[in-house]
Design a protein around this ligand. Sequence first.
Ligand SMILES: NC(=O)c1ccc[n+]([C@@H]2O[C@H](COP(=O)([O-])OP(=O)(O)OC[C@H]3O[C@@H](n4cnc5c(N)ncnc54)[C@H](OP(=O)(O)O)[C@@H]3O)[C@@H](O)[C@H]2O)c1
Length: 238
Amino acid sequence: MKEKIALVTGSSRGIGREIALGLADVVSAVAVHYKDNRKTAEAVVKEIREKKKLSASFRADLTKESEAIALIKRVEKKFKKLDILVNNFGPILIKSWEKIAPSEWDFILKGNLASALSCLKAVLPGMRKRKWGRIINLGYSRAEQLVAFPTITPYAIAKTGLLILTRTAAATEASEGITVNMVSPGLIEGGILPGKKNIPQRKLGKFRDVAEAVLFLISEEAHFITGTNLIVAGGWKI
Ligand SMILES: NC(=O)c1ccc[n+]([C@@H]2O[C@H](COP(=O)([O-])OP(=O)(O)OC[C@H]3O[C@@H](n4cnc5c(N)ncnc54)[C@H](OP(=O)(O)O)[C@@H]3O)[C@@H](O)[C@H]2O)c1
């Protein structure tokens, strides 16, 4: 992994930040992405550089396809290539489904699904050329459950769609040396979903628990694993 270059979307804070810091221990460069909080993104860059790895921050609104494509181009230009893409940005909205405004539906679907699709399509040409790539999409632990989700309807729809996209890209890119997998957190400390009382393990997950799953799936050892959905949820509603 020493020569590999990684990009984590939405890595100025939260789970994305933890994934970026975890990747910095194993790859040569990590691109940190943010939308508004340049200062927090720069703080992550500083932490990565302290690990003696290359890093830089990149701004983009990933709900806009043109900015997603430009982001990938800028990272590839800066670090000469891009081997690992972690589509981490994925906003949630907790609101009764019939009260959700069209603009809110649009934002949740674009933020979770279209943004990942745009980044994924943009990284494929370079990965195919080098016959090596790792793509991880961040899901949601219940994304495989086709049931009613009255308070997170567009989020659940988008994450289930993202899983189908994950498996589709995994199938078409398997012969290109590219793996595409999903890591699906459940209830995580610092997240906005409700408490831990229904979690069989009686504890919330930590950002690091999610990062560890990503680190496994991007490793050389995981080369034969593609199209999987790795649920990180302590047994919650499985
Ligand atoms: N946290 C949880 O409990 C939980 C549970 C299940 C699944 N997940 C999934 O795990 C992933 C990470 O979740 P998270 O809650 O840590 O973070 P998140 O809210 O999905 O992402 C925050 C990051 O996204 C950036 N961002 C905000 N608006 C953006 C936009 N329009 N375009 C591009 N980037 C934008 C933020 O940048 P700025 O700092 O500049 O605003 C920040 O870096 C998501 O896919 C989420 O659905 C999380």
